[in-house]
Ligand binder design. Structure first.
Ligand code: CA
Length: 232
């Protein structure tokens, strides 16, 4: 495991276990005014992404520790940070899965360093009008992802990581109904049984915390026969 350059600012995080590629990215990105932090395994990469809040993540898919698709999925639970996947040419299915999981673009290895820089700049241009915390700010319940807390008009409550994930998914799209299966799928990787009904007990606990009296409103609504939605 290797972590370098844990600074905040215009930092690109490179999660890649091939040191040669990390160095190429570092050289070209720093030459273009970016700072570069890197991690050579998946778990370290995820932790670094959560702690330094990079402006963009360059993410290799084949990594020790945790694969890139899973990292992408987990990042997307709480973060809108732009993600560009680095993938080998022959792994077409990975590319697709990555994009479906929420990556913004992909670069096929071997790549031209100049093209990589151009892609990074293009993705940043495309996403810079959508700051990461926009959706969270817009909701009546504010989420504090660093401490797994929900900040309600009536006060703050501590949530389990799973409850936090569910609430963060529901409240990211107020009014939109999510089925248990969709929720389960979006949270995949958290220790769940394979039963969709497992969602119900988390919802029950979540409601006890965020729908308690105080502001006298219910935020998490059951849509019978389908799933749940969040309302302001
Ligand atoms: Ca690799």
């Amino acid at each position: 495991m290797e972590m370098e350059g844990a600074f905040v600012g215009k930092t690109i995080l490179v999660i890649e276990d091939e040191q040669q590629i990390v160095e190429i990215c570092r050289d070209y990105l720093t030459a273009n005014g970016f700072e570069v932090a890197s991690a050579s395994d998946g778990i370290a990469g995820l932790k670094l992404a959560e702690s330094i809040h990079p402006v963009l993540v360059l993410l290799d898919l084949m990594l020790p520790g945790m694969d890139g698709i899973e990292i992408c999925r987990r990042l997307r639970l709480h973060s809108a940070v732009p993600i560009i996947i680095l993938t080998a040419r022959h792994r077409e299915a990975d590319k697709l899965e990555g994009l479906q999981t929420g990556a913004d673009d992909y670069i096929t290895k071997p790549f031209s360093p100049r093209e990589m820089v151009a892609r990074v700049q293009a993705v940043l241009r495309r996403t810079e009008n959508h700051p990461e915390s926009e959706t969270e700010k817009a909701t009546a319940i504010r989420l504090d992802r660093d401490h797994y807390r929900a900040l309600l008009p009536a006060g703050e409550v501590s949530l389990t990581p799973t409850e936090f994930d569910i609430l963060s998914i529901l409240s990211s799209q107020p009014g939109e109904v999510f089925s248990r299966g969709q929720l389960l799928n979006l949270i995949r990787g958290v220790s769940f049984g394979s039963y969709e009904r497992a969602i119900d007990s988390h919802i029950r606990n979540l409601r006890r915390k965020v729908d308690r009296d105080g502001d006298n409103k219910r935020h998490i609504i059951t849509v019978h026969g389908y799933g749940y939605k969040y309302v302001e």
